[in-house]
Each structure stands twice: as structure tokens, then as C-alpha cells.
Design a protein around this ligand. Structure first.
Ligand SMILES: [Zn+2]
Length: 192
């Protein structure tokens, strides 16, 4: 495989990038001056070296602590837990500035089920918001997560807590990260 083909294949695996865009990226890089390509390579290496996952919520962050700035923040409501599928969903909810609780990133294909159980069993949350995407997979996962929480309760791990879901409004089959802020704000405020 020649180097053009090789790089094209790498870009093609990026989210939302198809064959043609992948090819455009390759040509763009070909035209970049040497110092710009070095900058790109270093930025990627730096990202991989410096960013780690928060041990509590699995949000990627940079710093010397084991937990991220959100989990460290003393002014956040520690009784509220919001379960999301991925980092970008957390970011979308943060951007609404209407949510002041904590998060748990469940992960897309490999679900962090054991970590979630541990987190819920260890902490006394008064409300757990299941904020997964209204896609078929997201809905199936929501049912699974709700069952897990209920089982934990039945085992006596946790005092009674409310389990809520985002209100309807996010387009069916859509994802939190593509919903506009107002829609997301309303879904959050109308949760039940
Ligand atoms: Zn965190």
C-alpha cells in the first residue's frame, strides 16, 4: 500500500469522514509546509501522552489528579448523577449550563457496566438521570441501565433514589451532541 492510500484509510475511519473527505485531507497534508506537519504530529502525540480518563466519570482531561475538574469541583451537586453515552454528550449537557451534578460516561460499544455498578453502590445519589441517545441502541441500553440500578437497589446497596430520563424533544434517532442547546435544556428540565 502506498503512503497516500495508507493515510487515506486512516482518515476514512474518522467519524463522519468518507472516502472523498479522507482524500481531501491527504492532499491538504501533502501541501502543508514541513513545520505545520510537525505541529500536527506533535499535537496528536501530546494529546495521547497528556490526556487521561477520569477515574470517576471517565471524562478525558489533562492534569495531575486522578479525577477530572468536574468531579473535583466542590460546588457541583454530588447527589445527582447523569449517565451519558460518550464524551461529546457530556460536553453538550455542560454547554447548556443547566446541569450542576456529576456524570458517568458509559461508553459506546463496550459498556462500563461494572464501573457503573461500583460508582452507584459507593455513592449516595438522590437522583440518577439516564441521558442516553434516543437511538435504538441508546434506548435498549437505557432499559439495561435502569435494570442494573434497580437490581442494585434490590440488593440493598443504595437507598431509594429517583431514576429519571430526559424529556422527549430530542429528535428520534438523533443524538444529544447534535441537539441544539434549547432542546437539550428543555429535555433536561422536563426530565421525569
Ligand atoms: Zn470526572
Amino acid at each position: 500500500m502506498d503512503s497516500i492510500e495508507k493515510l487515506k484509510n486512516i482518515f476514512r475511519d474518522f467519524p463522519t469522514v468518507g472516502q472523498r473527505t479522507a482524500m481531501r485531507f491527504v492532499y491538504y497534508i501533502l501541501k502543508l509546509p514541513k513545520e505545520k506537519t510537525d505541529e500536527l504530529i506533535n499535537a496528536i502525540l501530546e494529546l495521547k501522552n497528556k490526556i487521561k480518563l477520569c477515574q470517576m466519570c471517565f471524562n478525558p482531561f489533562e492534569g495531575n489528579n486522578l479525577i477530572c475538574p468536574i468531579c473535583q469541583n466542590q460546588s457541583r451537586n454530588k447527589n445527582l448523577l447523569c449517565i451519558v453515552e460518550k464524551e461529546s454528550d457530556l460536553l453538550s449537557l455542560e454547554n447548556t449550563r443547566k446541569y450542576n451534578g456529576l456524570y458517568f460516561i458509559l461508553g459506546g460499544t463496550l459498556l462500563r457496566v461494572e464501573q457503573l455498578k461500583k460508582r452507584i453502590a459507593e455513592t449516595k445519589f438522590s437522583e440518577i438521570i439516564i441521558a442516553l441517545n434516543p437511538t435504538p441502541e441508546g434506548r435498549a441500553t437505557s432499559i439495561l441501565v435502569e435494570q442494573i440500578i434497580k437490581n442494585l437497589k434490590a440488593e440493598g446497596h443504595e437507598p431509594q433514589q429517583r431514576i429519571t430520563h430526559l424529556a422527549k424533544g430530542i429528535p428520534v434517532g438523533g443524538e444529544l451532541e447534535y441537539a441544539d442547546e434549547e432542546t437539550l435544556e428543555n429535555a433536561l428540565e422536563g426530565r421525569k
